[in-house]
Design a protein around this ligand. Structure first.
Ligand code: IMP
Length: 173
């Protein structure tokens, strides 16, 4: 296995996820909220976030494909659709693992917005702000990171490393 340099350990992630869950609860109170988790990368984050969220949460999933290896193409395709009925008229929160160029979030945002939610925001665990190509800013982000390719806690490199409990950078030897 490659060596991984830890960027955020389990405790740091847990503390930040708890803060985000509290921020979201302060925003919505006991109103019903539909969390839209983007597969596969955001699944660890979404589970932990929802376990910490004290309000009335529903959970839906969608899957898009956008990434091959380390470079984003900007070409996004829908692999698993959402049921529009679950979104229409509800407060929706898109849960993302990482926003890089922004193409993926831009696509998902438009896709969900077209289902006419009562409101729509985005919550990403990681934000690589410096790499943005599209003019889109997630409403909430866990950590703003430098231009590094990170793995773990759901994030993969060619499907590997999702199961690491921390977020790290692969050190090439
Ligand atoms: P974007 O469309 O360029 O913003 O890329 C977003 C998607 O690319 C994310 O949902 C991830 O699946 C993937 N991605 C971007 N950066 C990384 C990274 O550092 N590690 C793992 N996946 C990444």
């Amino acid at each position: 296995m490659d060596k991984i340099k830890i960027l955020y350990n389990e405790d740091e992630i847990a503390a930040r996820v708890k803060e985000l869950a509290e921020t979201l609860y302060q925003k919505y109170g006991d109103d019903e909220v539909v969390f839209v988790c983007t597969l596969k990368g955001a699944v660890f984050f979404a589970c932990d976030l929802l376990k910490r969220y004290k309000g009335d949460a529903r959970l839906e999933f969608l899957r898009v494909a956008s990434y091959e290896g380390e470079s984003s193409t900007g070409k996004i395709s829908l692999k698993m659709p959402l049921d529009a009925e679950k979104i229409n008229g509800k407060h929706a929160v898109i849960i993302e693992d990482i926003v890089d160029t922004g193409y993926t979030l831009e696509y998902i945002r438009k896709y969900v917005a077209d289902m006419h939610p009562a409101s729509l925001i985005e919550c990403t665990l990681l934000d690589k702000k410096a790499r943005r190509v599209v003019d889109i800013n997630p409403t909430y982000s866990g950590f703003v990171i430098d231009d590094l390719f990170v793995v773990g806690y759901g994030l993969d490199y060619d499907q590997k490393y999702r199961n690491l409990p921390y977020i790290g950078v692969v050190v090439k030897e």
